[in-house]
Design a protein around this ligand. Structure first.
Ligand SMILES: NC(=O)C1=CN([C@@H]2O[C@H](COP(=O)(O)OP(=O)(O)OC[C@H]3O[C@@H](n4cnc5c(N)ncnc54)[C@H](O)[C@@H]3O)[C@@H](O)[C@H]2O)C=CC1
Ligand SMILES: Nc1nc(O)c(N)c(N[C@@H]2O[C@H](COP(=O)(O)O)[C@@H](O)[C@H]2O)n1
Length: 221
């Protein structure tokens, strides 16, 4: 499995406002790049915090890209994956519609009624007692044939994926906005590292829209 984390952050490192409202940080060219990355992926992964905040669809937007996937014999859209320990994904979430297959990764603590509701709309993967065990969940996703995986956020999930050593590549668009707010989500939130910080190797720097796209390879730990 190859895992790419892709996100857009403001010049001060925020993913959204302190109210967790989605903000267009990317410009047109970056949104098109993200669409191409989605189209090249088998799965797009988000945390349930992103589902609750943004109600994302996570589908490929460009007709040409969807046509190309079909011509290659693939489904129109990549699978969508939500990391959701207690099954908080709403039954009417856009991510559960029939535009693509959806996997919801739960912990054993997810209540039975939530499981039953979500099972009507998605494949369920259970890993971890109270919180989703990402190593086990991603192994199950790989067993289901998902090899090229793109993670779109948010900050809690991205931190945990680095902590688990699951990230191969980081692509960050740094956009021309200051969002501010000590409680606004950043690229990597969670508890934070105190030692053994993941290290990165800079592979590319591209000027895009009015910002910069940074592509990093993640060093093995
Ligand atoms: N600018 C950008 O590119 C993006 C921005 N966002 C923004 O990020 C914010 C949401 O981010 P967060 O609140 O950090 O939520 P998140 O999307 O990272 O989800 C975190 C939640 O996932 C669940 N979870 C289960 N197992 C977990 C594990 N092992 N590790 C971590 N989480 C686990 C927990 O319920 C946790 O609260 C929203 O405001 C959204 O707009 C989200 C994606 C991309
Ligand atoms: N690449 C990128 N740039 C931004 O400026 C953003 N705000 C985001 N947000 C991500 O895109 C998701 C919405 O996807 P759909 O349009 O609903 O398919 C959102 O949930 C964030 O993950 N991304």
């Amino acid at each position: 499995m190859h895992v790419v984390v892709n996100a857009a952050m403001s010049a001060d490192g925020k993913l959204s406002s302190h109210r967790r409202e989605q903000i267009a940080i990317s410009g047109e060219a970056d949104f098109e790049r993200v669409d191409r990355l989605r189209a090249a992926s088998d799965a797009v992964v988000v945390g349930v915090g992103t589902v609750l905040a943004d109600d994302p669809h996570l589908t490929v937007k460009g007709d040409d890209l969807r046509d190309q996937r079909r011509a290659d014999g693939r489904s129109t859209n990549p699978a969508r994956v939500v990391v959701d320990s207690s099954g908080r994904t709403p039954a009417d979430a856009a991510i559960l519609d029939d535009a693509a297959a959806t996997y919801v990764c739960l912990s054993e603590a997810a209540p039975v009624d939530r499981r039953m509701t979500l099972a009507d709309h998605a494949e369920l993967v259970t890993a971890g007692e109270e919180r989703v065990d990402l190593l086990r969940a991603f192994a199950a996703l790989q067993d289901a044939g998902l090899e090229r995986v793109m993670v779109e956020g948010g900050g809690e999930l991205i931190f945990s994926l680095f902590e688990a050593g699951l990230v191969d590549e980081l692509r960050v668009f740094v956009g021309p906005k200051i969002i501010g707010g000590r409680d606004a989500p950043t690229l990597a939130d969670g508890e934070g590292f105190l030692a053994e910080f993941p290290t990165l190797e800079l592979e590319e720097v591209d000027r895009l829209d009015d910002g910069v796209l940074l592509t990093w390879a993640v060093d093995e730990r």
